[in-house]
Design a protein around this ligand. Structure first.
Ligand SMILES: *[C@@H]1O[C@H](CO)[C@@H](O)[C@H](O)[C@H]1NC(C)=O
Length: 282
């Protein structure tokens, strides 16, 4: 190989690397909040804020159909009671699919709740809630969604906390046909968020701010009905068939044993007619 060819390859490689580095202007649109959402630091940082008049939010430019999507969040510090930071994937329409992370704020020193849910074809009611094993307001932490045709895995700093398996063979719909956008918002939910609505937002502490950085999507984007990955069958990306190995399962069990505070699958009172079918599967 000649020197110029090598130089060209080096150039090509560095261009690709730069193009895939997190850039909020490139990947997201601020959608509401009248200036309360900001893209800063060369588009490496995004902040949302909430005050008495309004919250704020953003959404991805792309629509995704399967992927491994990471975002680092640093949540509202101090007294964040009443605030909710939502970060989720959702499709459109009446029979929509959705994969949710929601962070419910709390009084200073009291734990945030990480709320998760999965909707398929408009049906959710699959809540699982967790405390975290660190203070999510002190620093950035990585919240990830692995979404492939076999499973959805929620992870925190690389530790899986929840898996929703494809159980279509048992008649349970699984999100796999509708492209989803990424959405995030910071808003006031003091009618239910903190201790079930008992603790109200302290507006004297406003504005409340949550921060985002290091977005990374190894994903198939969909444009005009065409997937960037080509046909599903020929997808060779490792994440496309990724599953949890035994070490990951052990960690998931550890989180569920020590940090899970609500699981719809064990809420017998809520489902007097019997637990949802997928809960009786695994
Ligand atoms: C807030 O703190 C209280 C008291 O420790 C706890 O019961 C609750 O689960 C915490 N989180 C939320 C969002 O209410």
């Amino acid at each position: 190989m000649t020197c110029s060819k090598i130089a060209f390859l080096v150039l090509l490689f560095s261009t690709v690397t730069i193009a895939s580095a997190s850039n909020f202007n490139q990947d997201f649109d601020i959608t509401w909040g009248d200036g309360r959402a900001k893209i800063l630091n060369n588009a490496q940082l995004l902040t949302l804020s909430l005050d008495k008049a309004s919250g704020s939010g953003f959404q991805s430019k792309n629509e995704y159909l399967f992927g491994k999507i990471d975002m680092q969040l640093k949540l509202v510090p101090g007294n964040s009671a009443g605030t909710v930071t939502a970060y989720y994937l959702s499709s459109k329409g009446g029979a929509w699919d959705e994969i949710d992370f929601e962070f419910l704020g709390n009084l200073s020193g009291d734990p945030y709740i990480l709320h998760t849910n999965v909707f398929s074809q408009g049906k959710g009611n699959r809540e699982q809630q967790f405390y975290l094993w660190f203070d999510p307001t002190a620093d950035f932490h990585t919240y990830s969604i692995l979404w492939n045709p076999q499973r959805i895995v929620f992870s925190v700093d690389g530790t899986p906390i929840r898996e929703f398996k494809n159980m279509e063979s048992k008649g349970i719909p699984f999100p796999k046909n509708q492209p989803m956008r990424i959405y995030s918002s910071l808003w006031n939910a003091d009618d239910w968020a903190t201790r079930g609505g008992l603790v109200k937002t302290d507006w004297s502490k406003a504005p409340f701010t949550a921060s985002y950085r290091n977005f990374n999507a190894n994903a198939c984007t969909v444009s005009s009905g065409i997937s960037s990955c080509g046909s599903t069958q020929s997808n060779k990306n490792a994440w496309f068939s990724e599953e949890l190995d035994s070490t990951s399962y052990d960690r998931l069990k550890w989180v569920q044993k020590n940090y899970m505070i609500y699981n719809y699958c064990t809420d017998i009172k809520r489902f007097p007619q019997g637990l949802p079918q997928e809960c009786r599967m695994s």
